[in-house]
Ligand binder design. Structure first.
Ligand SMILES: *Cc1c(COP(=O)(O)O)cnc(C)c1O
Length: 371
């Protein structure tokens, strides 16, 4: 097998082009391109069915639902969150003038450690914004208990958790709201896109206003909303991609199984197990390199992979708390975040997407085993 063939970390799930063309022809006929059109509304309906939820608002990307969730719940002051995520999670707080308070993660899940949340609560705390990192469910019950005790809202960044269920119940049903990203790199994509999941029709209505400049009628603006609407072309694309996502998740599971089988006896390489009562989506396959046991560092392995044309990703490195906008915060100090700091130095997400072949996986495994 040639070393020169490129293996990328991800590759987008694409709808069948021939099937897309009639949808485009229909959109051309309707001449309704955006502003909650036919395909937008169809996709909201179909996503509710697929995800087993009641209320969803489509957005034009996965960052605006985070920003809008905070607006819809009127969150202010301080919000407790994880540094081990994509920057958009914390940026959404900054865009709302909210102070992020970072809490360390649990190394078994890479999610916020609930045992450390209470110590970070102050009189200014109004909400918790955890992330279901890699689609691994947070400890939703413990987080609810803490939120209820202190009267805090919970907004889950579920950008990685499309289709994830616990005991047959959608992960999106936990917390006051959950957000999704349909970016091209995610398990399910609409090129760019995202959604906000809420609990009741009244809140959905309010979010509909907020994502359309706050318009609640031709001449009435009820809030300083934003433009977050998803257009018809991407909604139609999304309807078609929804038909392919189950098969994609099955392929991803096969790849995860192959990785696990291949890596189970490699000293110094750790990976996350499946949880029995969880429907996983296999959005990422992170491995954690213990330099002492493995012999070389994460970065040495990462660049060795690159030199053989295998592209992993150091996801999430660096921690959000180390970026210039946030590193001055008390909670951003590495001493406050020892686990996240170590995990960020150990992680590589291996190539993972539905079209990855067994030969590709074999090449990745052989390289990791040979170091
Ligand atoms: C992808 C992602 C987002 C943002 O999504 P976009 O659609 O790219 O705006 C937010 N949070 C996490 C954890 C993500 O991975």
């Amino acid at each position: 097998m040639s070393d020169r063939l490129l293996i990328t970390v991800t590759s987008p799930l694409l709808p069948d082009l021939q099937e897309f063309i009639p949808y485009l022809e229909d959109i051309w006929q309707r001449k309704w391109l955006t502003n909650m059109g036919y395909y937008h509304n169809e996709l909201e309906k179909e996503l509710c069915k697929y995800l087993k939820i009641q209320h969803i608002n489509l957005f034009t990307n996965g960052t605006l639902p985070l920003i809008t969730a905070l607006q819809a719940l009127r969150i202010t002051g301080e919000v407790i969150t994880t540094p081990y995520s994509f920057v958009a999670t914390t940026h959404s707080l900054w865009w709302n003038g909210i102070k992020p308070v970072f809490v360390d993660i649990d190394e078994q899940t890479c999610n916020i450690n609930p045992a450390k949340i209470e110590a970070a609560i102050t009189p200014k705390t109004t909400a918790i914004m955890p992330v279901h990192c890699y689609g691994q469910p947070c400890d939703v019950l413990k987080i609810k208990e803490i939120a209820d005790k202190y009267g805090l809202k919970v907004i889950y960044d579920a950008a990685h958790a499309f289709g994830v269920e616990i005991d047959g119940k959608s992960i999106l049903e936990y917390g006051d709201m959950s957000t999704l990203s349909f970016h091209a790199t995610k398990v399910y994509n609409t090129v760019e896109g995202g959604a906000l999941v809420c609990r009741d029709a009244e809140t959905k209505q309010r979010i509909d206003y907020l994502k359309n400049f706050g318009f609640a009628g031709e001449t009435t603006v009820v809030a300083p909303g934003i433009n977050g609407k998803m257009d018809e072309i991407r909604a139609a694309y999304g309807l078609l991609n929804l038909k392919k996502v189950d098969a994609a998740i099955i392929s991803r599971k096969r790849i995860a199984d192959l990785y696990r089988e291949g890596l189970q006896n490699v000293a110094g390489i750790r990976f996350l197990p499946d949880t029995e009562n969880v429907r996983h989506n296999y959005s990422y396959f992170p491995i954690f390199v213990d330099e002492k046991e493995y012999g070389i560092s994460r970065d040495e392995l990462y660049f060795a992979m690159q030199s053989r044309n295998i592209y992993g990703r150091r996801y999430f490195y660096p921690l959000i708390s180390t970026f210039s906008s946030y590193k001055g915060l008390d909670s951003a100090k590495p001493e406050n975040l020892p686990v996240a700091t170590r995990i960020a130095d150990e992680v590589i997400c291996l190539p993972m997407y539905a079209g990855l072949t067994e030969e590709d996986v074999e090449r990745v495994l052989n390289l990791i085993k040979k170091q």
